[in-house]
Design a protein around this ligand. Structure first.
Ligand code: HEC
Ligand code: HEC
Ligand code: HEC
Ligand code: HEC
Length: 192
């Protein structure tokens, strides 16, 4: 076997150094750089849920009782909803009846099938009336959102209540504007 000539080693080291220099100052890849994108809008990285869950049953800043106390319980014809709530758009499939959810005699509560009142704080039980399977999924953590900790000592998992995401009167989500795509190097884009 003939020995490898000495200059081959030198040539290897030399080539390596030249290439290192070429890459270090980016001689080959000089291009237009990254896209200039405007900064993301705050709603695109806001971790809050779509809705704020009210802490009390209020209408226009007034408690329900301020008008409903003393009112005869409404017979609940869905076509006659009283001038005050006319603006309330109900888009909930065939569930088009206020008193499927609201308690007939006590507007601060919701009603179960047997008429038992359901508190606002337990509103998921109202939804469970008709969405049993989704409610079961939600309880198991496969519907909705779980935050918090697996470790019970650190506070355990936290659930998000249905109406933090779904508007009870219009539960299907309205279109949400998508965030713009990620920064793309135009050089890479031209090649593809
Ligand atoms: C500013 C006054 C006012 C306030 C506050 C108010 N309501 Fe009413 N509400 C009315 C009137 C008036 C009617 C119609 C009553 C009637 O026709 O007998 C009505 C009717 C209703 C009905 C029945 C609609 C139908 O189709 O018959 C529901 C349900 C209802 N209100 C829920 C609430 C809830 C829940 C609250 C509190 C979060 C509330 N209201 C607060 C004035 C008010
Ligand atoms: C699917 C169940 C459901 C139906 C049907 C329903 N509501 Fe509600 N409604 C709720 C829940 C839950 C809340 C409280 C939480 C919230 O506003 O997010 C509420 C809140 C309200 C409020 C107080 C807050 C606000 O948005 O002003 C009024 C008033 C009201 N409903 C009136 C009505 C009327 C009138 C109808 C019939 C046209 C109706 N609701 C039908 C579930 C329902
Ligand atoms: C009285 C029965 C009833 C109650 C209570 C009720 N829903 Fe519904 N919900 C329905 C019906 C009926 C539909 C329409 C189903 C369809 O059109 O296929 C529906 C549709 C929906 C949809 C859309 C489903 C789809 O596939 O498009 C969502 C989301 C929803 N409800 C969420 C809720 C939430 C959240 C609550 C509690 C605040 C609730 N519902 C309470 C009866 C109910
Ligand atoms: C963290 C947000 C969030 C929470 C909390 C949440 N949902 Fe949903 N839900 C969604 C999303 C997102 C969809 C899919 C909507 C779509 O495809 O348009 C959905 C879909 C649904 C549907 C349509 C059928 C299905 O299973 O896909 C129903 C019914 C429903 N939710 C009911 C509920 C009920 C009842 C609760 C509470 C027990 C609840 N949701 C809690 C976000 C949520």
């Amino acid at each position: 076997m003939t020995p490898v000539p000495r200059w081959v080693g030198g040539a290897c080291v030399g080539t390596f150094l030249v290439l290192a220099g070429v890459f270090a100052v980016d001689l080959i890849g000089k291009g237009p750089g990254l896209d200039e994108l405007p900064p993301l809008k705050p709603e695109h990285y806001d971790p809050a849920t779509v809705r704020k869950v009210p802490s009390a049953m209020m209408f226009d800043g007034a408690p329900c009782s301020s008008c409903h106390e003393g009112l005869e319980p409404n017979t609940g014809n869905p076509k006659e909803r009283g001038v005050f709530h006319e603006a309330k758009k109900l888009q909930h499939g065939r569930n088009q009846h206020c008193f499927n959810c609201h308690h007939r005699a006590d507007p601060t509560h919701f009603a179960d099938f047997d008429g038992a009142p359901i508190k606002l704080a337990d509103v998921q039980l109202l939804c469970a009336k008709c969405h049993g399977t989704t409610f079961r999924d939600w309880k198991n953590g496969s519907h909705g959102r779980r935050t918090g900790h697996w470790d019970l000592a650190k506070g355990g998992p936290r659930t998000t209540v249905c109406i933090a995401c779904h508007d009870p009167h219009w539960p299907v989500f309205k279109a949400i504007e998508a965030a713009p795509g990620p920064h793309v190097n135009p050089r890479a884009r031209e090649r593809s």
